[in-house]
Design a protein around this ligand. Structure first.
Ligand code: AMP
Length: 531
């Protein structure tokens, strides 16, 4: 009977194949992707023999890549599948045509794929205006300028403090309205430093939108402690040049070289100690003043998870800032060195793989950064550039927030240049910071979510597969980073909690730390791989 059923099946199949083998292709379904949500164009095609499928975008044949490829299931008399996109952006918007062909004929069908809107970003003073629009834009700019001038007058009456940006990256004041290259940036250019709240210099403290200058509203809390105009309370330690012996270069930041050095007479218990010194060459008078203020800010920030600042050396050139030395360098480099692809190279030859970080170590790293952030938030201090490249790693997996904006040169691809000098770390920024340059404790929480993602990908660049303008588009239209392959759901849920579009709905950094502690209890920390 088994034989019989086999035979009848074969007969049936033969009959079916003969019967259906004469069908020209028809496209039964080609579904328009749902805006923002879909990353696929679904299709169903009938025809026998099975038609060969080709896809066209704006009449040009699509070659299959990691970013656009057809996935399909082939059935006896039809094919069903999806033209799949990986992180589509507005560049993918347009007409998609499916062509199905067999020897009996051809069928084509077209849908419009509308994935994302073109992003809206506040233009900077240097935004290029196309020539043909110049007249219309001039009128618009003129009107906007007039309106903004009125606002300016009102704001001048209302605001009694003006702030700017710190040369050494201390990002205290919160720019609520901004647009000019330096003030708008969470970072800043070497020729513009922090603006003293004591000097009502409307120059760099104002920003330009169109042709009108608007004052930056600083975080009013920030200068309350120790930055009274009449009575500065901060004493910055001065270190003698002869007490600093440079040993070797550690790296180069946007403001100059960073060296490993020996420093004498710094510690009451030790004759000399290792330190990291950051140098600023050929400073202008203004840069010197900024340097001094910067040092005051750094002196005031003291916490076990903020890199320790020892003092300055200002007798002669270059100006020097002295920090504690963190043996394992920046966290991004560290993560890459302890990822699955890491190799120790000796004379260019791979020698052995270095130890891979485990879940408990990743949680330990994250919770220490959270601790540093809780402290910064308690000081009403908005960092604006939290990323693993700006954290440092010391002995025993000790992690500290260690850089306040000096790392743009090495990691220049992490920043997006708008206008002349503004470099924005857009891949770490929430929609409101990208669109309105609004930086708050909540925007720092968003960046913390990205730090978690970096940790669980062993230091990958967020949205590495996308160009900067595509990243802006994705973030402003509500797309978030995918769950890293090795990341448990509970941790991805924390990331998602940091990436809520509404700043007020984001997790609070204290709650994040509690959640990390709970997860850590389930996974004890092993620190054995590090000396
Ligand atoms: P930065 O200018 O702060 O970005 O520093 C440039 C490089 O110097 C970074 O890649 C760090 O690895 C290294 N570096 C900066 N500060 C320290 C420090 N306190 N201890 C050890 N390495 C540091």
């Amino acid at each position: 009977s088994q034989n019989h059923s086999c035979r009848s099946f074969t007969f049936f199949s033969l009959f079916f194949v003969l019967f259906v083998s004469q069908v020209p292709p028809t496209i039964i379904r080609l579904k328009e992707p749902e805006r923002r949500h879909d990353t696929c164009i679904e299709f169903t095609v009938r025809g026998s023999p099975h038609p060969v499928l080709r896809w066209f975008y704006q009449d040009k044949e699509i070659s299959h890549t990691e970013y656009v490829r057809p996935d399909m299931d082939i059935y006896l008399d039809y094919i069903e599948g999806c033209l799949t996109f990986k992180n589509p952006t507005h560049h993918n918007n347009g007409n998609y045509t499916l062509e199905a062909r067999n020897y009996l004929g051809i069928a084509t069908s077209t849908v419009y794929g509308h994935f994302l809107e073109k992003p809206f970003v506040i233009p900077t003073a240097e935004t290029h205006i196309p020539e043909e629009d110049t007249f219309g834009v001039s009128i618009a700019v003129g009107l906007a300028g007039f309106a903004l001038s009125l606002m300016l007058v009102v704001l001048f009456l209302l605001i009694n403090k003006y702030g700017g940006r710190s040369k050494f990256g201390m990002k205290g004041p919160v720019a609520v309205i901004s647009g000019e290259e330096d003030s708008a940036s969470p970072l800043h250019h070497v020729n513009h430093g922090i603006i003293s709240p004591c000097t009502l210099d409307a120059g760099p403290a104002a920003v330009v939108i169109g042709m009108t200058r608007i004052p930056v509203i600083e975080n009013p809390q920030y200068f309350r402690h120790g930055h009274n105009c009449n009575k500065p309370t901060t004493y910055v330690q001065h270190i003698k040049r002869r007490d600093i012996i440079l040993k070797r270069e550690l790296g180069e930041g946007a403001f100059g070289k960073v060296f490993l050095a020996e420093c004498y007479n710094l510690s009451p218990t030790k004759d000399k100690m290792l330190v990291a010194v950051k140098t600023l060459k050929d400073p202008t008078l203004a840069a010197r003043k900024d340097f001094q203020r910067e040092a005051e800010l750094l002196t005031n920030l003291q916490h076990e998870h903020i890199v320790k600042f020892y003092g300055v050396c200002v007798d002669g050139d270059p100006l020097i800032m002295v920090f504690e030395y963190m043996k394992h360098g920046d966290l991004n480099k560290f993560l890459r060195a302890h990822g699955p692809d890491a190799m120790i190279l000796v004379d260019g030859q791979p020698l052995q793989t270095s130890g891979e970080l485990g879940l408990s170590q990743m949680l330990h790293i994250a919770s220490q950064i959270a601790a540093g952030m809780i402290y910064l938030a308690s000081q009403h201090f908005v960092h604006r550039d939290l990323a693993t490249r700006n954290c440092l790693v010391g002995n025993g997996l000790l992690v500290k927030i260690g850089d306040f904006g000096m790392s743009r040169d090495i990691y220049s691809t992490d920043y997006y240049r708008v206008g002349g000098h503004t470099m924005l770390p857009i891949r770490w920024m929430p929609p409101e910071s990208i669109m309105y340059r609004k930086f708050t404790t909540e925007s720092d929480v968003w960046s913390f979510g990205v730090i978690l993602w970096e940790i669980f990908t062993y230091g990958k660049q967020p949205w590495f597969q996308l160009a900067n303008n595509e990243v802006i588009e994705c973030i402003t239209q509500g797309r978030v980073l995918e769950r890293p392959r090795l990341c448990p759901k509970e941790i991805y849920d924390i990331m998602l909690g940091c990436w809520q579009r509404e700043p007020q709905q984001r997790l609070n950094i204290k709650d994040i730390q509690k959640m990390l502690f709970t997860l850590m209890k389930a996974t004890p920390v092993y620190l054995d791989i590090l000396g």
